[in-house]
Ligand binder design. Structure first.
Ligand SMILES: [Zn+2]
Length: 217
């Protein structure tokens, strides 16, 4: 029988994981330790939910929109396509995207309604990137029109680093799709996979950490 090939596409979270500049960094400590005479080792942690690989909730960009506990599970599990856009600098246009998937967008998204963009700017490399490519609004609209359920990126945001309006976040959430950020796709070739990346069941947060895994099909 063929071995099950799984790619862990989650960023390892530790005190060196770069947080968004100004955001709450990850830190952990020991509350009790066996070495100090306690019956168990127990740790405690502090972190923004955006450190490491996570799903943004619509609440992140709009008061009153759904929080982390309301994220739909089905968006985070199923067929996904990894698209290599490493060569793109700046905006990813519809033309570029169609060239990158070398096929018809409607057909591709119909088959795999989760798209993961490999931009080559993961924080897993050890530093917070200065910039990264983002989808044009036309592109995001076209993907939603094809039935996109989830957009994932290997960089810290689906919008530009300096963006205050966050147009891609807003468009994706308005189109009832979901977002994954800070994936680590370095070892993953472009192509079709099955994604599993369920958000932690945290109540009313603006984002939730996920353990993102791709299974080779
Ligand atoms: Zn985020």
């Amino acid at each position: 029988m063929r071995e099950l090939r799984l790619y862990d596409v989650s960023v390892t979270v530790n005190r060196d994981t770069p947080e968004w500049p100004g955001d709450t960094a990850y830190s952990s400590s020991w509350s009790t330790t066996i070495a100090a005479g306690a019956s168990v080792n127990v740790s405690a942690m502090t972190s923004s939910p955006h450190v490491g690989t996570h799903a943004d909730a619509p609440l992140h960009v709009h008061d009153g929109w759904p929080g982390s506990h309301e994220l739909p599970l089905d968006a985070f599990f199923g067929r996904a396509v990894v698209v290599d856009v490493i060569a793109v600098d700046g905006e990813i246009t519809l033309d570029m995207l169609e060239r990158s998937i070398s096929g018809d967008l409607t057909e591709r998204i119909g088959r795999a309604p989760r798209m993961l963009l490999k931009t080559g700017n993961t924080i897993a490399a050890g530093h917070f990137p200065e910039r990264w490519p983002t989808l044009s609004e036309e592109c995001a609209r076209a993907l939603l029109g094809c039935g996109l359920r989830l957009l994932g990126v290997d960089c810290p945001s689906v919008d530009e680093r300096e963006s205050k309006e966050l147009p891609v976040h807003r468009m994706i959430f308005s189109g009832n799709a979901c977002l994954l950020e800070n994936l680590d796709l370095r070892r993953v070739p472009a192509g079709d996979y099955e994604l599993s990346a369920f958000p932690m069941k945290l109540m009313g947060m603006d984002a939730a950490p996920v353990r993102a895994v791709l299974r080779e099909i």
